[in-house]
Design a protein around this ligand. Structure first.
Ligand code: FCB
Length: 448
């Protein structure tokens, strides 16, 4: 860890933590919640490590008051969470389930009462299962359904929510969910999954309009970004990195900020996506107020000839790795922010780091402590990296640690712990880790 004092951030900078509904709430069958594609996927043999499910997860649906108190103790100014679409619209269409909205309204009001700004994401991967039965994001209709749901959420909450996020990491949905099948809904369509990219983006555009029509003030979209490093100087590896960069970093950002799709010819689509209709790009490119950046690590790519995906991922030697095996490269976050600024220039809105953090093999000692020095070092490095990008002129307005607490890490189940708070999944006891104290002190020092 860097021993130098942490730099000072501008006064209005938001320090926050992030979670998502499916990963923490549990109570999957309570108060009228419908089934989501992740409920179904968790039951698929072999899909999740140790056959774990999120039926209980962190039991946040019942323990949210305690979790808000934890955040108040941390001193955060913002909380990024997600709304479960199947709680608000159990079948993905039709009128709202009032009990679902009540839950998020109580949470919102409790946050505001503690001086914490609620930053909800509308879609963090838990699509209502009935929509999947009509094609999910392969179906254009899902974009319209998403906008309808956005309107229902905003009709209840827009007066109290300053910033909405439409989608979380649509690249992960397209790549892991539909192209490779590691995530729900678990189809392995490869390039045929690409219509899900366009339909999610259209969903973003239509939802943004629905949010604003219902009085929402600011709207953003969040993606995962990773600087793409060629494994060697060869032309082939440079092209591989370029193709990865298009897919991972540009496919979901160029249309929103520039109103155009990047060149997809590396994926055998010289004429682009044929599901795009007149007017779609205008809807997608309606101005956003912020860009959400989730950053964990860079990617190193080499060429993979004669393959639909023309690249393969290579290890990045020479850096520490997290429990997930992800390389820890804070400088790549500065590089990424500068890349975004260079690429989009004046079209880049203010940026929020909407997720950043690491998993570690955390253990509670007999004395009830969790010494997670590696996480502190990870966060310290990345906070400095954000500051460096700001010094170089990138307009970053906030930083949200992933995650407030250990939770259901998708296919890894409860195995990968990302929290500032340790959760014992048998007793649901929450134990702040050392990183919690570190982050609390950082935030307090920024306000001195
Ligand atoms: C991101 C997801 C988030 C969490 C972290 C570790 O891709 O948005 O839900 O799983 O990775």
């Amino acid at each position: 860890m860097n021993g130098a004092p942490l730099p000072r951030f501008p006064g209005g900078f938001t320090w926050g933590v992030a979670t998502s509904a499916f990963q923490i709430e549990g109570a999957t069958a309570e108060d009228g919640r419908g089934e989501s594609i992740w409920d179904v996927f968790c039951r698929k043999p072999g899909a999740i490590r140790h056959h774990q499910t999120a039926d209980v997860a962190d039991d946040h649906y019942h323990r949210w008051r305690e979790d808000v108190e934890l955040m108040a103790g941390l001193g955060v100014g913002g909380y990024r969470f997600s709304l479960a679409w199947p709680r608000i619209q159990p079948t993905g269409r039709g009128p709202a389930n009032p009990a679902g909205l009540d839950f998020y309204e109580r949470l919102t009001d409790a946050l505001l009462a503690r001086g914490i700004t609620p930053v909800p994401t509308l879609y963090h991967w838990d699509l209502p299962q009935p929509l999947q039965e009509h094609g999910g994001w392969l179906a254009r209709e899902t974009a319209a359904r998403f906008a309808e749901y956005a309107g229902l959420a905003a009709a209840r909450l827009a007066d109290r929510i300053p910033l909405w996020i439409t989608l979380n990491e649509p690249i992960t949905v397209t790549a892991y969910g539909y192209a490779l099948g590691f995530h729900a809904p678990g189809t392995a369509l490869m390039v045929k999954a690409l219509p899900t990219a366009h339909h999610q983006l259209l969903g973003h555009g239509l939802a943004a309009a629905a949010l604003r029509a219902a009085g929402a003030r600011q709207v953003a979209i969040t993606n995962n970004y990773a600087p793409a490093w060629p494994a060697s100087r060869t032309e082939a590896d440079r092209e591989a990195a370029h193709a990865y960069d298009i897919l991972h970093n540009r496919l979901f950002t160029d249309p929103v900020l520039l109103g155009t799709y990047p060149d997809l010819s590396a994926f055998g689509l010289p004429a682009g996506l044929d599901c795009v209709r007149d007017g779609d790009l205008a809807a997608i490119a309606a101005p956003v107020d912020a860009l959400g950046v989730n950053y964990y690590m860079p990617m190193r790519l080499s060429a993979l000839p004669d393959s639909t995906l023309p690249f393969q991922m290579e290890p990045i030697p020479g850096y520490p790795v997290t429990a997930f095996g992800w390389p820890v490269v804070p400088a790549a976050l500065t590089e990424l922010l500068l890349l975004l600024r260079g690429r989009y220039g004046a079209a880049l809105p203010p940026v929020y780091i909407t997720e950043n953090g690491c998993s570690a093999d955390d253990q509670v000692t007999a004395a009830g402590a969790v010494g997670d020095e590696d996480r502190i070092s990870y966060l310290d490095g990345h906070v400095r990296a954000v500051h460096e990008a700001m010094q170089a002129g990138v307009d970053v307005r906030g930083y949200f640690v992933w995650s407030l607490m250990d939770n259901f890490e998708w296919t890894e189940g409860f195995h990968q712990r990302f929290g500032l708070v340790y959760v014992d999944f048998t007793t649901q006891r929450r134990t702040p880790k050392d990183s919690f104290g570190w982050y609390r002190d950082l935030i307090a020092a920024q306000h001195d």
